[in-house]
Design a protein around this ligand. Structure first.
Ligand code: GTP
Length: 363
């Protein structure tokens, strides 16, 4: 999952390391000093006291030699924890990072935000003492990514636990992105946590929609509320809520027809569902593999129908990760789950911190 993006982030770390190491190696150094500077550029930083001792020793040993001041100054800089990263060291790596993010389908404003915050934390006044340049880069990237990915994040399970029952959740998005499958998966996810659910098929538009969702309901042993094709979707979901109230069911999962935000009729249907049922949550479903298209649709659906969160399906088949990075920042609404396969258990609660850690993991 997201392997392409992972490689590109790792490329940024290497770029910065390369450009700072090149700068740190003193051009006039003799062979042994050169090897200190290039093979173990940060050995002194890992242990400032040792760095200072070495500096003093070198200063005594080499008294009078030409390279003495630069070796001493560098060791002293390490000893005081100063990280020698200048604006020019970052220029090219940041440019490469921007290109890499855009190639990975990260939305432009999101890429810019990530760049700004990486630049700010790496060139800021109060530079922290860190062991290596790689760690400085990793910390900067970590914070920049979490900041954009975790926008609006809330604890979905807690929301379900605390809400009055039944909790009504309506799913929306374009055709064929995995809405119905995600509903079935979420029903299973809820069952694993002790919550009962009923499915309501508000997709009265598409021929075959009832059969498709019934297959899932039968396989999972869930009840399904459906009307004939052409019926009123709001009425189906309303019936789902009544059924849940009468039968002590915790959650109503309402499917809707796949639609484009530009389809006035279908968008009017969503508004009617909102009016008639007043759902607790509207979840936008799209494919991670759709990249920028998914990000744009998330924004357009949110503008048109105020979503509460998103599920990104087919993350298992997505190498770029751009949609996963961008959706929350662009909509202000969190990604709640990732679909990670075709099985009913292939639904993972979205955890920004864990995602960023896996993206930056060197393994
Ligand atoms: N690999 C993978 N496939 C998925 C995932 N989620 C859904 N799919 C597959 O995507 C296809 C479409 O899923 P559906 O649930 O039928 O899509 P839908 O959005 O309900 O489609 P409509 O009802 O036509 O709007 C199916 O073959 C699913 O098995 C996922 O997370 N990973």
């Amino acid at each position: 999952m997201f392997d392409g993006l992972k490689d590109k982030l790792s490329g940024f770390r290497e770029d910065v390391e390369e450009s700072t190491e090149a700068e740190e190696a003193p051009p006039e150094a003799d062979a042994s000093t050169e090897s200190d500077a290039t093979d173990e550029p940060n050995a002194s930083a890992a242990d400032p006291a040792e760095g200072a001792d070495r500096a003093e020793a070198e200063s005594d040993d080499d008294a009078g030699s030409d390279d003495e001041p630069s070796t001493f100054q560098r060791a002293k800089a390490f000893a005081t924890g100063r990280i020698i990263i200048e604006e020019e060291d970052l220029e090219e790596p940041l440019w490469n990072l921007e290109m890499a993010l855009l190639e990975s389908d990260v939305e432009m404003s999101v890429a810019e935000q990530i760049l700004d915050s990486v630049r700010e934390s790496m060139l800021g006044e109060s530079r922290k003492q860190v062991d290596t340049t790689g760690e400085l880069v990793e910390a900067a990237l970590h914070d920049a990514l979490v900041d954009v990915i975790a926008v609006g994040q809330f604890d979905f399970e807690e929301r379900i636990a605390e809400a009055d029952k039944p909790v009504t959740i309506v799913f929306t998005g374009v055709n064929g992105v995995g809405k119905t499958t995600s509903i079935a998966k979420l029903s299973e996810w809820l069952a694993d946590r002790g919550y009962s659910s009923v499915l309501a098929n508000g997709d009265t538009y598409r021929a075959g929609a009832n059969e498709q969702i019934r297959e899932h309901a039968d396989r999972l042993g869930r009840d399904l509320i459906s009307h004939d094709q052409g019926g009123d979707p709001a009425a189906v979901i309303y019936d789902g809520v009544e059924y849940a109230e009468a039968n002590d069911v915790d959650v109503v999962l309402g499917d809707t027809a796949g639609r484009l935000h530009t389809s006035d009729d279908l968008m009017a249907q969503l508004e009617k569902i909102d009016r008639v049922v007043d759902p607790d949550m509207t979840i936008f479903v799209d494919e991670a593999v759709a990249g920028q298209d998914a990000v744009n649709r998330a924004k357009e659906f949110n503008d048109a129908a105020a979503i509460d969160g998103a599920i990104l399906t087919k993350a298992d088949a997505d190498s770029s990760g751009g949609a996963a990075i961008s959706v929350a920042y662009v909509t202000g609404k969190p990604i709640l789950f990732l679909g990670t396969g075709q099985g009913y258990d292939d639904l993972a609660l979205f955890d920004p911190e864990a995602l960023v850690e896996s993206l930056l993991d060197e393994e």
